[in-house]
Each structure stands twice: as structure tokens, then as C-alpha cells.
Design a protein around this ligand. Structure first.
Ligand code: ZN
Length: 397
């Protein structure tokens, strides 16, 4: 047990190299165009959206997938599910804090909170503008795209009202610009293209943000746009969530006692069409990401076989899988009152299916703790439900 004495958090952080710490805890970080990124240890993902920023000192991490954010102390607390004092001890021990230090830290925290709130407001306003500027999806590239993905829109009774078509600018952060310049000046518009704009709603129904899928005609078919990173030439994701997405949902139907929810819009629509063809009225929503379906995880997951490594200091390290235990502090999506049955529409296209299984286990435990009858419907191995819908009929559900 540590003595309960005031801690100089900054002095502790100054002892720690955040990137080094993150790597030691099993995250493979790669440096690309001056940025350090890797797959997020706090949500399940295949493409890296977890970034470590060394500057300004003492550095911070941010995940563009699940929104986790913080310094080295926050990283250790979250990963190990431990308290502040235990995290500080792990990172190099307590330091005495003077009254002046305490006041400075309080001021810094208040200022950081003010900036966070302002930035959140600006993002939401931007998302609302995109949604309002968009028009109906009927007869638009969005309809062509969805039909091209094999989605039976006629079975659904047309395109759900939460999906619209807009002309949306694709912003890309130019790392070559001065990091001290205002953020708005550091972005470049790569292209302005038609896009599927889906409103993400908070549990109380208000707007949380938008999910945008940029489209372009390739070989005469409307398909996801191929936008390339101007520096590396690497293909950028044609989908972005703007505003808040964790905890929100794209409500493809009205709500009912049975709610089915998947990650992607296309996969969820494919299930919706199959249900309607079978004469079933279940509600289907898209939650945007597996992290949102599952909620955050507590502590370390099981060791990943074959990743044992001994550090120069003689300590044994393993890469860890996702934790199957829900973290009550980061619940993710919570079904509204009235939902008695929840069916997770599980994409089954992980390279390592065990990773997907653990995340689903965590989510189902969370829904069951809310008194909801929760289960998973897996897509066929190696696919999601949209892949299945594009195959000959009779193979879905
Ligand atoms: Zn994440």
C-alpha cells in the first residue's frame, strides 16, 4: 500500500517516455509521416487509429476510433483498470506536491476541460451543417451505391430517413504544416464528393454526429471513394465519423422490443432487408464500430499466444488480447428503455476470430447486466452480412 500523500503528476509524467511505455504494454507503434500510430488496445480494430503524440511534453495518446485520450497515467489506469495512485507508483513513484502545484494543476485541468468542450461543440456544429446541407438519398449516388452493394432497398420500403446524400469536403491533416498553427489552417481539402451522410443519435434522440461515406463512380458504378494520402500515397478510409460516435446509434428503423445491431451501415441494412423479406419487424440499428457495441474493457485481456518477449531489463512481456470484462465507466451504446432482447450482428471477418469472440463476450455481459436477453448472430466465417447478401440469395440468416 502506498502512503496517501499528494502526488506531483507532472513530475511523474516527466519520468516517462509515453511511446516507450505504450510499446512495452504490447501496442505495436509504427511511425508514418512523423506520426506514431498502432491498433488501439482499448477497442477492437484492424486498421490503426490509436496515436501517440510526443509533443507537447509530457505527451498524450488519442484514439480516433473509440475516443480514449490521455497521458501516461491515464494509459496505465485504463489498461490495468487501476487507480491513480497505483498507476503513479507503477510509473516511478509519488512526488510531493506544493499548494502552488495543486493550484496550477487545477487551473490547467479547468482550461483543458474548457477547450475540450469548445472543440466538441465545434465538431457537433460541423456535423449538423453537413447533415442539414444533405438532401434525400432517393435517386442519388447513395441509392446507386447501396443497390450496388446488393442491398434490397425495396424490401426495406426505401432508404431509411437517417441516410442522406450530400456533397461533403474530405479534410486531411497536413503534417507538414506548423503544429502550433490553428487546427483549421492545418487541414487540406483533398476532394469534395457525393457522400452518404448518416445521422448518429444520442440515447435521448438528439444528434451526436454524422457518419460519412464518400462515394465516386469507378468503372461506371458508384462505390466508396479512393482517396490517397498525398505524402505516402496510401489509400485513406472513405468513412469518417464526425462529432461523437461512442454511445450513439444510426437508427435505421423505429425501435421495438427486439433490437438487432451491427457495426456498419451496409451490413445492418443487409440484415434488415433479410428480416423484412421474412416478414419480421425487428428493429435494426448500426452502431458504427465494434467498440461501441461492446463498450470499453477493464484490465488486460488474455495473453496472445506466441508473443512472449523478454525485455532487456529481464521482464517477461506478452501482447494482450481485448479484455472480456466490461468497464462500467465506458459503457458504449446502451439500449433505450423498452428493449428486452438484443442481438449483436457479428461481423466474422477478423484475421484472428478469438479477438472478435472476446469483444462480443464483453458486450453480451454488459447487456445481460442491464437485464436484457442478449445474444450474437455471427455472419458466415470470413464475411460480414453484406458480403453474404452479395452472394446468391438464400444464404443470409
Ligand atoms: Zn480505440
Amino acid at each position: 500500500m502506498m502512503p496517501r500523500e499528494p502526488i506531483d503528476a507532472r513530475a511523474v509524467l516527466d519520468l516517462v517516455d509515453l511511446a516507450d511505455l505504450v510499446r512495452k504494454r504490447g501496442v505495436v507503434l509504427k511511425e508514418r509521416s512523423g506520426k506514431l500510430s498502432g491498433c488501439c488496445p482499448f477497442h477492437q480494430e484492424k486498421t490503426p487509429s490509436f496515436y501517440v503524440f510526443k509533443h507537447p511534453r509530457p505527451g498524450h495518446f488519442h484514439c480516433f476510433g473509440c475516443g480514449v485520450h490521455g497521458d501516461a497515467i491515464a494509459f496505465v489506469r485504463r489498461l490495468d483498470g487501476i487507480g491513480f495512485l497505483d498507476a503513479v507508483e507503477q510509473l516511478g513513484g509519488p512526488q510531493r506536491l506544493t499548494e502552488a502545484d495543486r493550484q496550477r494543476i487545477r487551473r490547467q485541468e479547468a482550461e483543458a476541460e474548457r477547450r475540450r468542450a469548445a472543440s466538441q461543440r465545434a465538431k457537433l456544429e460541423n456535423a449538423a451543417e453537413i447533415y442539414v446541407a444533405a438532401g434525400p438519398a432517393e435517386g442519388s449516388p447513395v441509392e446507386a451505391y447501396l443497390r450496388g452493394r446488393g442491398i434490397d432497398l425495396d424490401a426495406i420500403g426505401g432508404i431509411p430517413g437517417v441516410l442522406r446524400c450530400g456533397q461533403v469536403a474530405y479534410h486531411w491533416l497536413d503534417e507538414r504544416t506548423d503544429p502550433r498553427a490553428p487546427r483549421a489552417e492545418r487541414y487540406v481539402v483533398l476532394a469534395t464528393l457525393p457522400a452518404m451522410v448518416a445521422v448518429i443519435q444520442e440515447p435521448n434522440g438528439s444528434m451526436a454526429g454524422v457518419h460519412v461515406t464518400w462515394l465516386e463512380p469507378i468503372d461506371g458504378r458508384w462505390t466508396k471513394a479512393e482517396l490517397a494520402d498525398p505524402i505516402t500515397g496510401e489509400i485513406l478510409s472513405a468513412k469518417k465519423m464526425l462529432g461523437r460516435s461512442f454511445g450513439g446509434a444510426i437508427r435505421l428503423t423505429l425501435l421495438g422490443p427486439t433490437l438487432r445491431a451491427g457495426e456498419g451501415i451496409e451490413t445492418s441494412l443487409s440484415v434488415l432487408a433479410a428480416l423484412r423479406r421474412a416478414g419480421r419487424g425487428d428493429a435494426v440499428w448500426a452502431l458504427g464500430s465494434r467498440g461501441n457495441l461492446a463498450g470499453g474493457g477493464m484490465g488486460l485481456g488474455p495473453k496472445k499466444p506466441g508473443t512472449r518477449e523478454v525485455t532487456p531489463g529481464g521482464r517477461v512481456r506478452w501482447q494482450r488480447r481485448q479484455s472480456p470484462i466490461p468497464d462500467p465507466a465506458r459503457p458504449g451504446f446502451v439500449p433505450p428503455p423498452g428493449v428486452t432482447r438484443f442481438i449483436w450482428l457479428g461481423d466474422n471477418d477478423d484475421k484472428d476470430p478469438e479477438d472478435g469472440r472476446l469483444v462480443v463476450e464483453r458486450g453480451l455481459a454488459r447487456y445481460r447486466a442491464l437485464g436484457i436477453d442478449a445474444s450474437v448472430a455471427w455472419a458466415a466465417p470470413g464475411s460480414d452480412f453484406n458480403d453474404m447478401a452479395r452472394k446468391p440469395p438464400g444464404e443470409t440468416e
